[in-house]
Design a protein. Structure first.
Length: 178
């Protein structure tokens, strides 16, 4: 075995990444307070081809040194937009025919392993605040909710971990259909 050198990975430049074809999902961060979480979501969104990242409310935005520590430059390659309120963002996405999927422990929701994204639909995955989850006013605007199964004593995951799991699940479903 040997480690693959960075030069061998065939990475896109920032300019190439901006215009490259993306997956049919975007990410919405609803009042995510941790700049480390926001930066990590940027990095994962870049890696897994999210079409856009929407930062809402108190969610931090670039340029920001703390955010950059975990984003590692992906804040330059991921298309992103800031909205003062998440409701404003969700309404815009609904007008653009996105299905709104909350990642939240609510009723009704279904477990992630039972969710198969539809290739013909655009999906907006919404992740909420680290303490309070998705804002209550967003619940009525959602099309459905997904819950990530958990088996330990804690029944919550770090927002960046949850986003990574959901994005990876989406990409795997896409790749299996190819």
């Amino acid at each position: 075995m040997r480690k693959i050198l960075n030069e061998e990975l065939g990475r896109l430049s920032i300019d190439e990444s901006k215009v490259a074809q993306k997956m049919n999902f975007c990410i919405v961060l609803d009042n995510v307070r941790s700049l480390s979480n926001v930066g990590s979501v940027f990095r994962t969104a870049d890696s897994l081809g999210a079409s856009h990242l929407y930062l809402c409310g108190i969610s931090g935005t670039p340029p920001n040194r703390e955010l950059h520590k975990t984003a590692l430059g992906s804040e330059e390659s991921v298309n992103w937009t800031y909205f003062e309120t998440t409701i404003e963002c969700i309404r815009k996405l609904k007008k653009e025919n996105y299905k709104i999927a909350l990642i939240e422990q609510i009723e009704p929701s279904f477990s992630l392993e039972k969710y198969t994204p539809n290739d013909n639909e655009k999906i907006a995955y919404v992740f909420g605040n680290e303490v309070d989850g998705v804002s209550s006013e967003i619940l009525e605007l959602a099309d459905f909710a997904i819950e990530i199964p958990q088996y330990g004593t804690k029944h919550s995951l770090n927002i960046a971990v949850s986003a990574g799991i959901i994005m990876w699940h989406h990409v795997c479903n896409f790749l299996q259909k190819k």
